[in-house]
Design a protein around this ligand. Structure first.
Ligand SMILES: [Fe+2]
Length: 228
């Protein structure tokens, strides 16, 4: 199983306060049967300095790879907070999952998404980036439907899929091909992968469908050797 959205890099954001927490998170992943985790620390373009973010992320990634010797493959990515004009950031492709053009994009939480459609269009058409909208379960469904109608894809968090009354409305998005990845969105070690496993059990064959989609999207990363 592949976890497309995880805050597991030590000290890179609020998901892990240090190496020991990250190692415990990976142990939880192992125990759940996860074999690939995409590390997606938050990047906020309005407040983070890009080069500083990249250096900090790389240092955290190296630290984790040097300390972790288990079976889980860790891919480097980011959760990119979307803003108008993000497509103009030089070196933007480094925020994609390593060796792919796939970028996990977080929409602003409250309706201030005006103008983002143009930014997404330029990311796709001019930069050849495939944006995947993070945890689309969190937003107003009609707003997400608009993005899906533009050809964007989405990622679901395991958490709503583990709730009986919240998950039904999410299934059509999977069946229509809009959902291409699932994620734990793990922060800390409290919840671990319990919700992810519940979601997998509930989804059944749909889980396999989404797994096939995400592994197809990330095939270039999954085929290459470790980055460092
Ligand atoms: Fe996240």
């Amino acid at each position: 199983m592949l976890d497309f959205h995880a805050h597991i890099l030590p000290g890179a954001d609020h998901g892990s306060d240090g190496l020991q927490t990250s190692l415990r998170q990976l142990k939880l992943a192992e125990q759940a049967g996860i074999d690939v985790v995409v590390a997606t620390p938050h990047f906020y373009p309005q407040t983070d300095k890009f080069q500083h973010f990249l250096r900090k992320r790389e240092a955290a990634f190296r630290q984790l790879l040097e300390a972790y010797h288990g079976p889980v493959r860790i891919l480097l990515g980011a959760e990119v907070h979307m803003c108008v004009g993000l497509d103009h950031l030089p070196g933007l492709e480094r925020l994609c999952v390593q060796n792919t053009g796939v970028m996990l994009c977080e929409l602003p939480f409250r309706g201030s998404a005006f103008g983002l459609a143009d930014t997404f269009t330029r990311l796709m058409d001019e930069q050849n980036i495939t944006p995947v909208l993070a945890h689309v379960d969190r937003y107003e469904p009609s707003a997400i439907d608009n993005y899906f109608s533009m050809g964007l894809f989405g990622q679901l968090n395991a958490e709503p899929l583990s709730h009986r009354f919240r998950r039904r409305r999410l299934l059509p998005w999977i069946d229509e091909g809009c959902i291409v990845a699932l994620g734990s969105d793990i922060h800390g070690t409290e919840i671990g992968y319990a919700q992810y496993l519940k979601a997998a059990e509930f989804l059944g064959p749909r889980f396999d469908t989404v797994e096939t989609r995400v592994r197809g999207l990330l095939k270039d990363a999954l085929q290459e050797k470790a980055l460092f």
